[in-house]
Design a protein around this ligand. Structure first.
Ligand SMILES: Nc1ncnc2c1ncn2[C@@H]1O[C@H](COP(=O)(O)OP(=O)(O)O)[C@@H](O)[C@H]1O
Ligand SMILES: [Mg+2]
Length: 308
């Protein structure tokens, strides 16, 4: 569905995408995970055939965006990072007008619009103005709009950024359904839980480069331990810097990360590690044992957190 090799994007002398290789297959759900500025949107815009490639090769559905832009755009769906709905029109007319752009007959477009409103649970808002919708509803309408032409490939740039947790879950549920229907999904996100829930395979992007690739589980297995013990220390022990505290426990874990407010001990058995910390006479004011996530993978690979 997508084949990129040495793909680059420059803005003047600045390189936002610095040579990436990507191969997305039909029916898979593929993610680009990375912090702000990683180059995710720049990549998506090239894949959507709306931004010219600066270097390397790119094929979408086997087509070259430099020469086959219109055909590519007719066969894919795009949900951009910022909603670009027409606020002058009703919810339903946003879908109808968009469908007409694709040259679909009027009757067919109407039927499709109703079907899509049902799918994104906006049937009762069909006649409402876009500006009266909540952020989550606007996102769902944008997703519905991107599906008007029954795309083989759906691109979603940060589908839930800015939404509250409940609205996010509704969007995730709809995207999961599309995935089950066999639509190839390609999404970008800086939320590790979104990547874990929705993607079969992902690349971790940082500063215009791919730093790792694999399924969420494989990436975690390769770059982190099974569990993480998070330790927070109170004022009494703050006298000792986190670095000093880290050295006192470093032999208890495979790896220790020092964050501004806590220590992360990477270990196979977090409870056991916390017990050993206490045996050493150290008294963290709070402890949390959890499974490793893609956030830990990102921290391991870049030394930074995904969301700061
Ligand atoms: N049109 C543009 N002109 C100049 N710089 C840009 C432009 N678009 C993006 N950039 C820069 O490219 C880098 C990557 O941006 P972007 O692809 O939007 O990253 P992401 O979507 O991962 O946050 C950022 O440093 C951004 O400032
Ligand atoms: Mg972006």
């Amino acid at each position: 569905m997508i084949l990129a090799s040495g793909l680059r994007k420059s803005f003047g002398s600045f390189e936002a995408v610095r040579g990436i290789d990507v191969d997305v297959r039909r029916g898979e759900s593929f993610g680009f995970l990375g912090p702000n500025g990683a180059g995710k949107s720049s990549t998506m815009r090239m894949v959507a055939a709306v931004s010219p490639v600066s270097g390397g090769t790119l094929r979408i559905l086997g087509l070259d965006p430099a020469t086959d832009g219109p055909e590519i755009r007719a066969r894919i769906g795009v949900c951009p990072q910022e909603d670009t709905l027409d606020t002058e029109l009703t919810v339903r007319d946003n879908l109808v007008v968009y469908g007409r752009y694709f040259g679909l007959p009027r009757a067919e477009v109407r039927e499709r619009a109703d079907e899509l409103l049902e799918f994104v649970q906006l049937t009762d808002k069909a006649g409402a103005k876009v500006e009266d919708l909540s952020g989550g509803m606007k996102r769902r309408l944008t997703i519905a709009r991107s599906l008007v032409n029954r795309p083989e490939l759906l691109l979603l740039d940060e589908p839930t950024t800015g939404l509250d947790p409940q609205a996010r879950h509704v969007v995730w549920d709809r995207l999961f359904r599309l995935k089950q229907q066999g639509v190839t999904l390609v999404l970008t996100t800086h939320y590790m839980d979104e990547a874990e829930q929705l993607t079969d395979r992902l690349v971790v992007m940082d500063k215009g480069l791919i730093v790792a690739e694999g399924s969420p589980l494989a990436l975690i297995a390769e770059h982190s331990t099974r569990e993480v013990a998070e330790l927070r220390f109170g004022v009494a022990e703050e006298g000792e810097s986190h670095e000093v505290l880290a050295r006192k426990v470093e032999d208890l874990a495979e790896r220790v990360e020092v964050l501004p407010d806590r220590l992360l001990l990477y270990t196979a058995d977090g409870e056991e590690t916390v017990a050993q910390v206490h045996e050493r006479g150290l008294t963290p004011v709070a402890t949390l044992v959890r499974r490793s996530t893609l956030e830990d993978v990102f921290l391991r690979l870049t030394g930074r957190t995904l969301v700061d």
